[in-house]
Design a protein around this ligand. Structure first.
Ligand code: CU
Length: 264
């Protein structure tokens, strides 16, 4: 008798346990289905018709040509000189997106630009890929794509950026106050990346595919000129702007970054 009561209790408990789990599995499945539907809905958005894809590509190319890669306050200088030159790079296809900048000019105190920079998002691409801005510049981050993006900077960045996931047509803004390099990524699309290089003064230039740079309106004096590339080692050179000459020429060769030695 005792055995049959025991068997009955165990069966009852097992039955209750199964029903309880099934209910929760169903709940979880419904949530999963909801997610799948959500993903499908988002994926559907990314599947563009041929015509839409062509329009998107045209928008991307237009943005690549038109969006500024340098934002600064124009400074008036008497007897301003020009620093010009060419950058060559090893291990990258073109010597483009190299930021050449003068490290210190006077006291490095210049009014922040009123003009905003723009980093747009089109066809899972940040445009421009590299932007150099003077300290205190605000950058607008529109989402002109057909899917949502989530812009953020990695933990090691000198300034934290976390714009969260946001919709097509939304514009977010960030003011960059510290002079340093800020990598930008997207939490949704691993292939997206960009760099903001924030600089202390308005004397900088971003190279195109030809590697040529030109920094105008620099007062005569002795300076340190640096060339930065996201993947290569930064090189710094001395440059003298003499009173009798209008230009100074400096060439750079950027190479692979040295590997960090492991601490023993
Ligand atoms: Cu994205």
């Amino acid at each position: 008798m005792k055995k049959s009561i025991c068997f009955f209790m165990v069966t009852l408990f097992a039955g209750f346990f199964c029903v309880f789990n099934l209910t929760h599995i169903n709940d979880a499945s419904q949530n999963d289905i909801g997610l799948v539907f959500g993903q499908e809905a988002q994926e559907e958005k990314t599947t563009l018709t041929e015509e839409e894809a062509e329009i998107a590509q045209q928008k991307l190319e237009k943005a690549m040509k038109e969006l500024k890669r340098e934002v600064r306050t124009e400074v008036k200088v008497e007897n301003g000189r020009t620093i010009t030159g060419t950058v060559k790079c090893t291990r990258v296809r073109y010597p483009e997106n190299v930021v050449v900048y003068v490290e210190e000019v006077g006291d490095n105190k210049y009014p922040a630009p009123e003009e905003h920079g723009v980093i747009d998002q089109l066809i899972l691409t940040f445009v421009p890929h590299v932007i150099a801005v003077q300290k205190g510049t605000t950058i607008d981050f529109p989402n002109s794509d057909s899917v949502r993006h989530s812009v953020f900077s990695p933990e090691y960045s000198c300034q934290q950026v976390n714009l969260g996931t946001y919709d097509v047509g939304v514009v977010k803004q960030v003011k960059f106050e510290e002079s340093c390099e800020i990598p930008l990524l997207c939490n949704v699309h691993i292939e997206m990346s960009a760099f903001v290089l924030v600089l202390d003064n308005p004397y900088f230039s971003v190279t195109g595919k030809d590697g040529i740079f030109e920094i105008e309106n620099v007062p005569p004096g002795n300076y340190k000129l640096s060339a930065w590339h996201e993947k290569l080692r930064t090189v710094t050179k001395d440059v003298t702007l003499e009173a009798g000459k209008t230009t100074a020429s400096v060439n750079f060769l950027l190479k692979k970054k040295k590997k960090r030695r492991k601490k023993k």
